[in-house]
Design a protein around this ligand. Structure first.
Ligand SMILES: *Cc1c(COP(=O)(O)O)cnc(C)c1O
Length: 386
């Protein structure tokens, strides 16, 4: 087995007749056949090959092979966005009457799929608290089909023990699905802990430069077969252009994640000592309530830091307004450092009580720490807090 960095760089589609060193872009919606017999055989799945880019394309195939190598997965699928990956997974694997167990602190649009979209087809859910795993068994029903979680969570950077969850899923015979967007396979490989499927928003760290949208699903062959059957016909395919960009971005994933994690930890340590800051949180900060679990299952703590400014919503908004370099934008996992104030933006539609339940306090700031020099990042945060 080759090492992570080598797989990230060297997993590449076969060279064409032109002997190019770097994979070319295959912008084509369909592929030609040698003759009628080959066409018939490919359509009837007797031989493998590219037919139409809604089904497969050399650029998406390379990216899928790469994410499978990095996550330790048997098979995978690529989608247009991270949300398409979440929805395609649910759409393919759930049927009327099924029930989903999910941690409450999941991505906003995943929350909307569970609460607004799936109920239209008679699929129900129960939320469980990521920090209260003792009570999870009570939430399992006879019709519970799968458990869906994120770790670290957004924006609270809470951590769940992936190994514990692997045993829990096995005991209750649930499909175990992890949205691994925040950690990436470089920092954490949920399949090692028994996960059946891993989902990514490739828009975040996998591209890592804030350019394109993309989603990936990787895991058990039998589940990917079902997902493929659903996706080929419902059409959430990733564009070959985006696959080409993301595959090349992953060549530098390890180097980038090391620096994102190092910068984030330094910022968190600095914040923890600042008099205007009530609390700072990062998985590899010794004060994190699940520090030991994070150390066990993650290679480094990742690029997201949250903290609470003293003075509530007003001070939170004030912090954002004072920043000079750090961007105010909805993305994360970019080379550029980004700050958001969830209580007045992404989570403003939730009630105060709902925000409390997922740990979004009025003064909570989320920083996606980028790859600028750490001294310049800290300087800007200092201006924000002044
Ligand atoms: C951004 C994000 C998604 C959605 O991905 P898109 O590519 O924006 O559709 C899903 N899960 C998590 C954890 C995310 O951060």
């Amino acid at each position: 087995m080759k090492n992570f960095e080598t797989l990230a760089v060297r997993t590449q589609s076969d060279r064409s007749q032109f002997n190019e060193h770097s994979t070319p872009l295959h912008l084509t919606s369909s592929f030609v056949f040698d003759d009628a017999e080959q066409m018939r055989a490919m359509f009837s799945d007797e031989v493998e090959g590219n037919i139409y880019s809604r089904f497969s394309n050399p650029n998406t195939t390379e990216l899928i092979q790469k994410i499978c190598a990095l996550e330790g997965a048997e098979a995978g699928w690529a989608t247009a966005t991270g949300m398409a990956a979440v929805f395609t997974t649910f759409g393919a694997l759930l049927k009327q009457g099924d029930h989903v167990l999910a941690c409450r602190s999941i991505f906003g649009s995943s929350h909307t799929i569970l609460t607004k979209i799936l109920p239209k087809w008679g699929i129900t859910f129960t939320y469980v608290d990521i920090n209260d795993t003792e009570n999870w068994s009570y939430a399992v029903q006879e019709n519970t089909k799968l458990v869906f979680i994120e770790t670290p969570t957004n924006p609270g950077v809470d951590i769940i023990d992936l190994e514990w969850l692997g045993n829990f899923a096995k005991q209750h015979k649930l499909l175990y699905i992890v949205d691994n967007c925040f950690a990436t396979p470089y920092l954490q490989q949920p399949i090692k802990f028994g996960a059946d499927l891993v989902i990514h928003s490739a828009t975040k760290y996998l591209d890592g430069q804030g350019r394109v949208l993309g989603g990936l699903i990787a895991g058990k062959q039998s589940l990917i077969d079902e997902i493929q059957g659903f996706a080929r016909h419902s059409g959430p395919a990733m564009s070959p252009f985006n696959a080409w960009i993301i595959s090349k971005s992953i060549e530098t994933l390890a180097v980038r994640m090391d620096r994102h994690s190092e910068n984030a930890l330094k910022l968190a340590e600095w914040l923890e000592k600042h008099p205007q800051v009530e609390m700072a949180k990062h998985p590899f900060l010794a004060s994190h309530p699940k520090y030991d679990v994070a150390k066990k299952q993650m290679k480094a703590g990742g690029g997201i830091v949250t903290f609470i400014v003293k003075g509530g919503v007003e001070k939170g908004r004030d912090f954002l307004n004072k920043l000079q370099m750090i961007s105010l934008t909805a993305n994360l996992g970019d080379t550029r450092t980004i700050a958001t104030h969830p209580a007045s933006t992404t989570h403003s539609k939730l009630s105060e009580e709902e925000r409390q339940e997922v740990g979004i306090l009025p003064g909570l700031i989320r920083v996606s720490v980028g790859l600028e020099h750490i001294d310049d990042i800290i300087k800007d945060v200092e201006i924000g807090l002044s």
